[in-house]
Design a protein around this ligand. Sequence first.
Ligand code: MHF
Ligand code: KIV
Ligand code: MG
Length: 298
Amino acid sequence: MSHDTGTTAGPAGTPESPAPYGTGPGSSPGPSTRKRVRIHHLRELKQRGEPWPMLTAYDTYSARLFDDAGIPVLLVGDSAANTVYGYESSLPVTVEEMLPLVRAVTRSVTTSLVVADLPFGSYQASVEQAVTTSARFMKEGRAHAVKLEGGRRLAPHVEAVTGAGVPVMGHIGFTPQSEHNLGGYRVQGRGASGDALIADALALQDAGAFAVVMEMVPAEIAKQITHELHVPTVGIGAGPDCDAQVLVWQDMAGLRPGRVPRFVKQYADLAGTLTTAAKAFADDVRGGTFPAPEHTFH
Ligand SMILES: Nc1nc(=O)c2c([nH]1)NC[C@@H]1CN(c3ccc(C(=O)N[C@@H](CCC(=O)O)C(=O)O)cc3)CN21
Ligand SMILES: CC(C)C(=O)C(=O)O
Ligand SMILES: [Mg+2]
């Protein structure tokens, strides 16, 4: 049985109720004219063949900027383990560390749909644990949806969480929380394992997932899965044929120090900009030119 019509997406979208986004590249309608992005809008974009962007966000200023820039979906990723907390991998981050970030982002947006990434160990143990943790992210974090990693084995969890009224985004391919089981940061679904990946994607859709992230998957497999699913696919290192693309914002904006994965495109050099600004501030303070009269109260 398919649960994909969902109970949380509201009335089905019609051609007469266009999505708040999807008016072409570079479109950025003003905040006052935009309504909250809903799951049915994302499916309408898929039906129209219009790719959409997703970015991570972990704090208020970035969330407000991306909301105003017309990014329809923001993910409070467990990549916060790396980008916020400085852990070596995403495994150590906890629900207690993620919840305040989710709350900060949902408090800051008017339009973007906010997805909370469930951290490692907070949902795998049982369907009950998955429902309980998801409810915390909705109730305390005010998220609009949750995301969890895993394929067929997690289908019962996805079905239970969806049944509880919480939209679920799946995540297959390279799933960072399973790094040690997968043998490191490697492309998944090459050769014969491509069939397993297709089965995973279909199982998540049948369990009620409203979208499926595919990370580090060969482009041909990602294209096939995208055509077979009626819910949107979101690629990260999964080629150009996914319905949507996601990047970690500090990777995309060049804030992350050091080498970035092959799937990242850097659209800015925030690391260079911030370093230059910090050095200029330090020089001004040391040289006695800051604060100037205009920064001073009398
Ligand atoms: N800042 C950040 N960006 C991410 O994309 C990200 C996180 N953090 N944290 C959680 C996971 C970890 N992810 C990662 C991290 C590293 C590679 C990586 O090093 N990939 C290499 C090797 C590929 C291979 O061996 O085939 C690459 O060049 O893409 C990939 C995904 C994706 N997620
Ligand atoms: C990269 C995305 C898909 C993610 O799971 C994260 O940021 O944690
Ligand atoms: Mg994640």
